[in-house]
Ligand binder design. Structure first.
Ligand SMILES: [Zn+2]
Length: 308
């Protein structure tokens, strides 16, 4: 049994969150709007996710963590999203998120784009991205039964139902913040000590994004951000891409990664850093506000590097 703890989050009304986010986005993008809408059917194009919506018992979970990857990898830190649904008290759930792929199945370390329905309507649309022998990114669709992950996962779970969510639109970046940091910092400066969490999906509609894909495990210990950046493979990836995304305004003492988004296009995928085309970038996102943050298998020995 994995150790699990959880805390309730501050859950402001969606309309209030929308106005906080819109005001911040307008300082960072030439065009921005945040509204409260009925969640579109996310099983349809262009999202093509596992369930229709992001509503019903929404919650975030931070599973494992970077300390299991570095300085030295702990290869026995293996999880299964089917079990994690139980850990967050939602045995029938739709789970999206960003983590490390199942290295036992893939054969090497990888980035995981989790998109899994657990329970009665089980289905698995997860992807993984790995670095091939030539240093290129390779995208894999995981088979239905392969719901494993390793080392770390930031996930948003809900019942996958329709309902009211936040719709975010932003175009032409004028500030320094990426989309996700802009949203998170807006919540942090408005809500202060009260943690507010969001989870869902965004699309890079136009432009390019700087991403990374982890190569196979480092043979030498990685002990600082410089080591990590030399080890990772970075790419500039073209829209359109769908990202699975979580963020929390601040860490209520659970040793969290406060933002994490992974995404994929038709032949590429990875960990989102920021867009590299401010003049042409366009984003569309749907997020819901989480009611709880769960912390699963929190590392005992921790550190702060490698969390960008
Ligand atoms: Zn990542």
């Amino acid at each position: 049994m994995l150790p699990v703890e959880h805390k309730p989050l501050h859950v402001p009304p969606l309309e209030e969150v929308a106005s906080v986010l819109e005001a911040a986005l307008k300082k960072n993008f030439a065009e921005a709007a945040v509204s409260v809408v009925e969640c579109p059917d996310l099983t349809k194009t262009p999202y093509n996710l596992g369930a229709a919506g992001l509503c019903g018992s929404p919650r975030l979970a931070d599973v494992g963590g970077v300390p299991y990857l570095m300085p030295t990898v702990q290869k026995d830190k293996l999880y299964d999203i089917k079990d994690l649904a139980g850990c967050v008290d939602l045995p029938n759930s739709f789970i999206v998120g960003a983590g490390a792929g199942p290295h036992k199945y893939i054969g090497v370390n990888s980035e995981l784009m989790a998109n899994v329905v657990v329970g009665d309507k089980a289905c698995n649309g997860s992807r993984a991205a790995k670095v091939d022998a030539a240093g290129k990114c390779e995208l894999l669709s995981l088979p239905q039964e392969q719901t494993g992950c390793a080392l770390m996962l930031n996930m948003f779970a809900s019942e996958g139902k329709g309902g009211k969510v936040l719709k975010v639109q932003a175009k032409k970046r004028t500030g320094d913040n990426n989309l996700v940091s802009c949203l998170r910092q807006a919540l942090e400066s408005h809500y202060g000590d009260k943690p507010v969490g969001l989870g869902g999906t965004f699309r890079l509609v136009q432009g390019k994004a700087k991403t990374h894909v982890m190569p196979d495990f480092s043979p030498v210990p990685l002990t600082c951000n410089d080591d990590v950046n030399k080890w990772l493979n970075f790419y500039d990836m073209e829209a359109p891409m769908v990202f699975l995304s979580t963020l929390i305004s601040r860490d209520p003492g659970l040793d969290l990664r406060v933002e994490h988004s992974h995404g994929y296009g038709d032949d590429r995928g990875g960990h989102y850093h920021y867009d590299t085309t401010p003049d042409t970038v366009e984003y569309e996102a749907y997020y819901n506000v989480a009611e709880y943050i769960y912390r699963v298998d929190k590392p005992v020995a921790t550190h702060g590097f490698g969390r960008n």
